[in-house]
Design a protein around this ligand. Structure first.
Ligand code: MN
Length: 245
């Protein structure tokens, strides 16, 4: 099997949307270190914003400084655990922040493969040869019901429980991410997003926007604008990462 060295380019947009008073999503990335992170915070007052920004800062910092010889799932678990503790201890010092939490989705890229890791319902997708595929599995009540065959995909989308996530940073003593590895091919386009994007847009719609050959910054903007046009009920964040030969 031959391996082709690739480099990566990225673009990101975050938007408050049209209904929420503030933006509790956060993102950060380093093209140089190959780390991309999106978080979707929750909690009263400013708590959600604080939780998501702590998680982005901690996880980005730790993954950028990672030991490249160590297995990434272990490194990721340690980074998630450190971010979890940081959110917890911040909430302990201020009762107004108690109960705050955040989802997290991250992509760590190497020359021949990528790692997608997540906690909660922020997602990672890959567009390859014009076809969109979700790489992460949501940690949500309805997604688990769908996987157990107790609920259809259509029922899940309409369920009043669709917002309930089963894993988050800052709300549990221990949290472990799912961490999956994928071989990369030149041209692969990865999307990291908060639920505010994919709650408004079907996978088919996301695919049709991403498949248009134009600069990824433009595709990123078009995704977020389409989600706002479709309602913009939640904060919307998207990062696009493209593997270039
Ligand atoms: Mn959200």
């Amino acid at each position: 099997m031959s391996t082709v060295a690739v480099r990566y380019t990225a673009a990101a947009v975050t938007d408050r949307g049209r209904k929420r008073p503030s933006n509790e999503d956060a993102f950060g990335y380093s093209v140089e270190d190959g780390v991309y992170v999106v978080c979707d915070g929750m909690g009263g007052a400013a708590a959600g914003e604080i939780a998501s920004s702590i998680a982005v800062d901690e996880v980005l910092r730790l993954l950028c400084a990672r030991d490249r010889q160590a297995p990434l799932p272990t490194v990721a678990e340690e980074a998630i655990s450190a971010a979890n503790t940081a959110i917890f201890s911040r909430a302990e010092r201020n009762y107004k922040l108690s109960g705050m939490g955040t989802t997290l989705v991250a992509l760590v890229v190497e020359e021949t493969h990528v790692w997608a890791l997540n906690v909660g319902d922020s997602r990672c997708y890959r567009l390859r040869a014009g076809r969109l595929e979700q790489l992460t599995l949501d940690h949500s009540l309805v997604e688990e019901q769908v996987r157990l065959g107790r609920m259809s995909r259509a029922e899940a989308l309409r369920s009043p429980m669709r917002n309930m996530i089963t894993r988050a940073l800052g709300t549990q003593n221990h949290v472990t991410p799912d961490c999956f590895q994928f071989a990369v091919e030149p041209g692969d386009l990865f999307l990291l997003n908060s639920d505010g994007l994919t709650r408004e847009l079907s996978d088919e719609k996301v695919q049709s926007i991403l498949a248009v050959e134009q600069p990824i910054a433009d595709r990123c903007t078009r995704l977020v604008e389409a989600a706002k046009k479709a309602g913009g009920h939640d904060n919307i964040t998207a990062i696009l990462v493209q593997a270039v030969a």
